[in-house]
Design a protein around this ligand. Structure first.
Ligand code: AMP
Length: 130
């Protein structure tokens, strides 16, 4: 069965999209650690990040950097935290999390946002992309 992220990529389920090209997509995490928590995902469904082909891995890092810079311009924070886990969704994704404190990297505390808030935030981040 395709991963939930492949279903998003195939437009079978919706997301709050920030950016997309032929190989990657970025969208807001639906259960964010902090406002602006974003996932950067390769379209190729690969389980583990260090199994990625070298070029795809490096290009994912570049794609994530571009998104992180736009995110930092959009959401007030001390810096953007980056994390790769994959215990819930076995399809490579980079978490980008605007941080005020370390607790936001623990995935223990979540913030709730309404649908209109997600829509507006995705648009604001998009507006800050190069
Ligand atoms: P992990 O696999 O542990 O790195 O976590 C997977 C992340 O994907 C979690 O932060 C979830 O909140 C997020 N997630 C799961 N389903 C969706 C979805 N449909 N849209 C956006 N984010 C999702």
């Amino acid at each position: 069965m395709p991963s939930i992220f492949t279903q998003i990529i195939n437009k079978e389920i919706p997301c709050y999209k920030i950016a997309e090209n032929d190989r990657f997509i970025a969208f807001l995490d639906i259960n964010p650690n902090a406002k602006g928590h974003t996932l950067c995902v390769p379209k190729q469904e690969i389980n583990k990040i260090f199994d990625m082909p070298e070029k795809l891995y490096l290009d994912l890092m570049q794609f994530s950097k571009d998104i992180a810079i736009a995110l930092e311009k959009t959401v007030p924070c001390k810096r953007i935290g980056m994390s790769v886990i994959g215990l819930e969704v076995a399809h490579v994704h980079v978490h980008l999390i605007p941080l005020q404190d370390m607790s936001q990297m623990t995935f223990q505390h979540k913030v709730s946002q309404s649908d209109p808030e997600f829509v507006a935030l995705a648009q604001q981040i998009k507006n800050n992309l190069p």
